[in-house]
Design a binder for this molecule. Structure first.
Ligand code: GLN
Length: 192
């Protein structure tokens, strides 16, 4: 199993370290060839307008969409969630248009730079200590989208088929359960 972390900008090494600590081969990817050769992709947090511009510049839009259509699992954290969404309420910017959700960027107010919350996550027995950094939220979920964790403001972890997205950063901190969940979906993809 080989999982790629999109390495155009943002929190790349934290995801790589978490995946490696779980015994998975994890590599930074930034070309179409590299994205064709992986079994799962993580799109990290960072700055979604910058990352979107780089996806366009390096012509990665089609290959990411093709791999998603093939069933390859993809997981976007924070800026990655924004880039996977179909609709953004408060900005006009490039997205891949995959997730049938509306995203509100910086949903907790610009003055709230970061916060930590013990979240109830569907599929996990105990709460998950989630770190949010200038985080988005998802609202108006389409019928194919399953909410996996929510706050009062909206949905913060969700899944649409083989695509996962969270508003928070499970790669920060040392709880590997969400990455394990993603790795299990990559295992299923490989054994399909
Ligand atoms: N606020 C950032 C954006 O809109 C996302 C923040 C993050 O990824 N931690 O792109």
């Amino acid at each position: 199993m080989k999982i790629g972390v999109l390495a155009l900008q943002g929190a790349v090494s934290e995801h790589l370290n978490m995946l490696k600590s779980l015994g998975v081969e994890a590599i930074p990817v930034k070309t179409a060839e590299e994205i064709k050769a992986i079994d799962g992709l993580i799109m990290p947090g960072g700055e979604s307008t910058t990352m979107g511009r780089l996806i366009t510049k390096f012509e990665l839009e089609n290959v990411i969409k093709e791999r998603i259509n093939e069933g390859m699992p993809v997981y976007g954290t924070c800026a990655g969630m924004i880039l996977l969404s179909k609709r953004i309420k408060n900005y006009s910017q490039f997205t891949l248009g995959i997730l049938d959700i509306t995203v509100i960027r910086n949903a907790f107010g610009r003055q709230i730079d970061s916060m930590e919350v013990d979240l109830h996550v569907k599929g996990l027995d105990d709460s998950f200590h989630a770190i949010f950094i200038r985080a988005p939220i998802a609202v108006d979920l389409g019928t194919d989208v399953e909410a996996l964790a929510s706050l009062e403001e909206g949905v913060v972890f969700l899944r649409q088929g083989n695509v996962y997205a969270s508003a928070f950063h499970p790669e920060l901190g040392n709880d590997p359960r969400i990455h394990k969940m993603f790795i299990e979906s990559v295992e299923k993809f490989l054994n399909r």
